[in-house]
Design a protein around this ligand. Sequence first.
Ligand SMILES: Cc1ncc(COP(=O)(O)O)c(C=O)c1O
Length: 378
Amino acid sequence: MENETLTKVIPRKILLNPGPATTSQEVKLSQVVTDICPREQEFGDLLDDIRQGCVDVVNGKNNYEAILLGGSGTGAMEACLTSCTKESEEIVIIDNGAYGKRMTQICEAFKIPFSTVKFTWGDSIDLGKVREHLKNRNAKALAFIHHETTVGILNPVKELKSLADEFKMITILDAMSSYAGIELDVEDTPVDFIISSSNKCIQGMAGIGIVIAKTSELKKIASYKVKSYYFNLYNNFLNQKEKKQFLFTPPVQTVYALKAAIDEFRSEGITGRSKRYSDLYEQMHDGMLKLGFKALIEKSKHSKILTAFVEPTDSQYHFDKMHDFLYERGITIYPGKGAKEKTFRVSNIGTLNSKDIGFFLSTVEEYIKINKLQLQQC
Ligand SMILES: Cc1ncc(COP(=O)(O)O)c(C=O)c1O
């Protein structure tokens, strides 16, 4: 089917929420496949190719393994947090947003020993405070977020990895909303467990959690007491490595979409994709500032993946009304999530281009004019 005809059948939407992101027609169409039993060799070869593709995204070469899990990204977080430590070992979690907090909630649910280093949501991580916390605790793992999607701040992965090394701890990195969008090279920063999902910067469909693990650390967890059945990371890995099969029934069509998304990633490359995202961010961020909005996070600390804008104080402004106005025109924005100031969020991931961001900005401008918003006050 020609692209234009296809767009009539499946209208293209501009998703500015932080995933699931806008996908290409190729990724959408790749899901329409002949019925197949996922235990067949053909599907096993597909799984192998995808797992290698996932490792290549972070330049893991032969030292890392990818494990795919049916479920959302939180499932992959759960798999790591429940699998990577022995029963009595402590995980130190850095919380500077909702996803750091989610790690603590998972540990609470599974009664995993943990402690937290807390920062206000919107503030940078103070490495000195983390170091003080790590002193004399003998904790096993340091868990933290790469891009804290709550506010759009980029956390210092390299520095935190060095701190973990200093205290002989393993690292669990939630790279959910940065993986394949912001360069992370494990040759340079060899974090032990990396968490992501199929529907954010990798630009596939929702439904698969991704873990990329350093092989030497992965082998160590084989003997650990199992805390989760479905999300037992080692068992899932073993089945995928040795039998070339998912341990449990996978979301078959989403797997095909992930293969198409990885092929697209291979053509664009990390340099191309991160530059495209960064250019879109500059255009969107600067355009919104010109319209009178204020960004919560300054550029130097920004992920360039998602921007939290401070909610205007004008009485004519209502997030839901602005959301609906944009939504009716094919654009989706996202509410804020507990940051230090009230915000709404606009992401710039997926198969977006500068025309999309231009359309978003002109639609916001139209909304401002129609509602006579006075934004200079914010
Ligand atoms: C940093 C981060 N971690 C975890 C999650 C949870 O992923 P999911 O909603 O796929 O479970 C998200 C979702 O946006 C995220 O941004």
